[in-house]
Design a protein around this ligand. Structure first.
Ligand code: NAI
Ligand code: UGA
Length: 461
């Protein structure tokens, strides 16, 4: 919305949220999320044609176009728990829109939703609007930005996707929304489809992106078993232009708020229409991701003589990727839990993530985090500590686990780090970002995902 406000000065944009603390932060000097370049965009438009408010009914009532971007988490209970998308917040938003609309509106699905959601939302809107003559035209306009590169992605998107009904009013609504984006996006990049294609394209895009990571991660395990190098393999296959080099970095596993929930949602939809084989196929992407995180933990334990009990392990990076403070579904949660379950004393350092977030994440059950009041149990402060200094985090530690690819991790003085650690000192590079040859020269035992194993780490059968 900030980008639309920046690029379309004649359009008034009001962002409304029921969360007062978030709106207060959007109106302050410290925005509630860390996203490179976002501060500048917000500051350029805020107070001009970009406003943040908790007065949902007033601003929705006055709007011609309403973008609905509420959360669509995985259900935690009831039918479809653990897979289906929970549309409670979406339905709640639709009811509010219906109750406060005195004029016709275009309703834009910006959240990622199951295919056919527009049908359900239309029913809620139609049945709840008290004003005769008010019409709602629903469009699907899924968002493809990635966190950490959101401003770049929004400035020059590969495509903008708009799905609408093939009726005169549907086509007019699609044109109206397309003309907003056309302020800065070339027309040929604005793709117009039917509603169901747009909804399903979003889930499929995320599933196929995540599938690439699970595919290369599955091969990383085979590389370790055979002496192949996953980065060499990724480069070799990625130079085939039909495959391409992007999104082929082996890692400790993918995280983020969307891949897992969207694939599970796709799996559930397939099951609901009786396509079990299709559901199983996509579910394997998630299972491979779980396997990759578990495999990493097992590698740490086995390398350190099958016992990490009471050993201090420094974790470098808690965010799900670099350049964001977001920790939703970060692989660090499962890895830290795995290490703590084996008795390790974990000390986390992350340049952006708040301490309270780390404690909350480690104490919150799966799928709970994306609901407004997640149930969270306190975690033992003996098992987990947080440091704001990477040197201090590594001091007296037996091992360092690199779980996020923050650039600053490459620039540390690892001789100094090594000197302060217990020997043998281990580094487990879950992102393949460090200079492994140099670390070995210093004296570290190095494990890197999908790389030939140090003789020290090779299992003796
Ligand atoms: N985070 C991302 O990078 C991307 C997210 N998406 C999709 O966008 C949607 C939102 O994602 P996020 O922004 O990450 O979630 P979020 O949880 O950070 O934000 C959702 C906001 O909606 C508010 N909300 C809930 N019900 C409301 C209501 N009835 N009225 C007003 N506000 C209400 C919540 O208070 C919350 O601040 C999800 O469907 C997600 O899959 C899509 C592409 C990228
Ligand atoms: O629907 C969404 O929310 C968004 O989900 C992803 O974006 P995001 O989750 O923000 O971040 P990604 O860059 O996709 O990274 C996801 C995870 O995969 C990991 N990853 C990524 C690339 C890679 O090669 N290897 C790898 O392990 C990242 O470290 C991270 O944990 C998609 O890339 C966006 O297009 C989409 O809009």
């Amino acid at each position: 919305m900030a980008m639309i406000a920046l690029k379309c000065p004649e359009i008034q944009v009001v962002v409304v949220d029921i969360n007062e603390a978030r709106i207060a932060a959007w109106n302050s000097d410290k925005l509630p999320i860390y996203e490179p370049g976002l501060d500048e965009v917000v500051k350029a438009a805020r107070g001009r044609n970009l406003f943040f408010s908790t007065d949902v009914t007033k601003h929705v009532g006055e709007a011609d176009i309403v973008f609905v971007s509420v959360n669509t988490p995985t259900k935690t209970q009831g039918v479809g728990a653990g897979k289906a998308a929970d549309l409670t917040y979406w339905e709640g938003a639709a009811r509010v829109i219906a109750s406060c609309s005195t004029s016709s509106k275009i309703i834009v699905e910006k959240s990622t939703v199951p295919v056919k959601t527009a049908d359900a939302i239309e029913k809620v809107l139609r049945r709840n609007c008290k004003h005769p003559g008010v019409q709602f035209e629903i469009l699907s306009n899924p968002e493809f930005l990635a966190e950490g590169t959101a401003i770049e992605d929004l400035t020059a998107p590969d495509r903008v996707l708009i799905g609408g009904k093939d009726t005169p009013s549907g086509r007019a609504a699609v044109d109206a929304l397309a003309s907003v984006y056309a302020h800065w996006v070339p027309r040929e990049r604005i793709l117009c489809t039917n509603l169901w294609s747009a909804e399903l394209s979003k889930l499929t895009a995320n599933a196929m992106l995540a599938q690439r990571i699970s595919s290369v991660n599955s091969i990383s395990a085979l590389c370790e078993a055979t002496g192949a190098d996953v980065q060499q393999v990724a480069k070799s296959i990625g130079t085939d232009s039909r495959i391409g080099p992007k999104f082929l970095n082996a890692s400790v596993g993918f995280g983020g708020s969307c891949f897992q929930k969207d694939i599970l949602n796709l799996v559930y939809i397939c099951e609901s229409v009786g396509l079990q084989a299709v559901a199983d196929y996509w579910h394997q992407v998630i299972l491979m991701n779980d396997y990759q995180k578990q495999r990493f933990v097992e590698q740490v334990i086995s390398a350190m003589f099958n016992t990490i009990s009471k050993k201090k392990i420094a974790v470098y990076g808690f965010a799900f990727k670099k350049d964001t403070g977001d920790t939703r579904e970060t692989p660090a949660i499962d890895v830290c839990r795995g290490l703590m379950a084996d008795g390790a004393r974990v000390c986390v350092y992350d340049p952006q993530v708040e301490d309270s977030q780390i404690y909350q994440d480690l104490g919150t059950a799966k799928f709970e985090w994306d609901h407004p009041t997640p149930k969270s149990a306190p975690v033992s402060k003996d098992a987990i500590s947080i440091s704001h200094d990477p040197m201090e985090a590594a001091k007296d530690a037996h091992a360092i686990c690199v779980l996020t690819e923050w650039d600053e991790f490459k620039a540390y003085d690892y001789q100094k780090v090594y000197d302060s650690m217990v020997k043998p000192a281990f580094i487990f590079d879950g992102r393949n970002i460090l200079d492994h040859a140099k670390l070995r020269e210093i004296g570290f035992i190095v494990y890197a995902v999908g790389k030939p194993l140090d003789p020290f780490l090779q299992k003796v059968y």
